[in-house]
Design a protein. Structure first.
Length: 297
DNA sequence: CCCCAGGCTTTTC
DNA sequence: GAAAAGCATGGG
């Protein structure tokens, strides 16, 4: 086990919980993320490279270290919103990760009308119940990690058993199994959906053909799992900060599909359209933490 | 018992 | 078509 990378203030998305020394596995790299303080972490692994790519290069891509997060905002953003710009300062080192598409798809299907704590619990239970075990030793301790389950594994799952992982929600369990079947049987080609030339609206409507996936979750899958940093998911928190920070009257309406699309357009006037979702995510966590007092990472 | 939580689906106008 | 109501579940 060797140290491969150390960095500061990254966001650990849904499948991880560094606070409890929860260890995670990046696709195809058995590795451990160890938080050494609130703002620093270290990645350890038993491998040096993956598919000919050195681990540091892989990590750089995975954590999108090539992205300058300040460029995710419009050019005159700091001039128009100087106080907000100051509030955002500690959040520019926050990262969106290029996560596995299938894992992201299923994880965000768990994120509907439910608290963040329960969302993470569901994903953890899915890993523990259906994911392959991997044992590693770290600092003298043996640790058992769990891969995220494959599409085939979830496609064959018993709905009643799987619903224990979805907050006892049968409908969500059914949707997850159906989505896993679609991927396993090739009716949904996630690799093809990674094509950056695919228009966002088209990508969204393809994802929305699956039960349990609407605009918001489709945009989350695009943003976190398909590398589409232009996708701008709008949830209850985004709606709140658009109303509060940017005085959007649209954001005060109920979040219908029409409102969603209107807010999507509004956001692109405030942010760099190519990185709108990246900026949105920074705003999202700043809002939750600084304004609502929620701790999410 | 109320409302909220990183919404989606069905019904109704 | 689009707005309104219904839905599902745990936690504060």
């Amino acid at each position: 086990m060797q140290t491969l990378f150390s960095g500061q203030t990254f966001l650990w998305e849904i499948h991880g919980n560094v606070k409890q020394f929860y260890s995670a596995i990046i696709k195809s790299i058995p590795c451990i993320i160890n938080e050494i303080s609130e703002n620093e972490f270290i990645i350890h692994s038993t491998k040096n490279s993956v598919d000919g790519v050195t681990i540091p290069d892989f990590i750089s891509r995975y954590f999108t270290l090539d992205i300058d997060t300040k460029l995710a905002f419009s050019e005159d953003f700091s001039r128009l919103y100087p106080e907000l710009w100051q509030l955002l300062a500690p959040y520019f080192s926050l990262r969106i990760m290029r996560q596995d598409p299938f894992e992201t798809m299923i994880s965000f299907m768990c994120a509907q009308g439910i608290g963040m704590h329960l969302i993470r619990k569901q994903v953890t239970m899915l890993r523990q119940t259906y994911g392959e075990n991997v044992s590693v030793s770290f600092l003298g301790n043996k640790i058992v990690l769990h891969h995220f389950p494959s599409p085939e594994k979830l496609a064959a799952a018993d709905p009643a058993l799987l619903s224990r992982c979805t907050n006892n929600n049968r409908i969500r369990a059914r949707n997850i199994i159906l989505a896993a079947r679609s991927v396993a049987e090739g009716r949904v080609d996630l690799d093809a959906l990674c094509n950056p030339a695919l228009p966002l609206s088209e990508l969204r409507s393809i994802l929305c053909r699956n039960g349990g996936i609407g605009y918001k979750i489709a945009d989350c899958i695009a943003l976190f799992g398909l590398g589409r940093f232009d996708a701008f998911p709008i949830d209850t928190h985004v709606k709140q900060y658009l109303a509060e920070w940017f005085n959007s009257t649209t954001a005060r309406r109920s979040l219908s599909q029409a409102t969603y699309l209107a807010l999507d357009r509004e956001a692109r006037t405030l942010l760099n359209p190519d990185l709108a979702g990246y900026a949105g995510h920074i705003l999202f966590h700043c809002w939750r933490r600084e304004v609502k007092g929620l701790r999410t990472f």
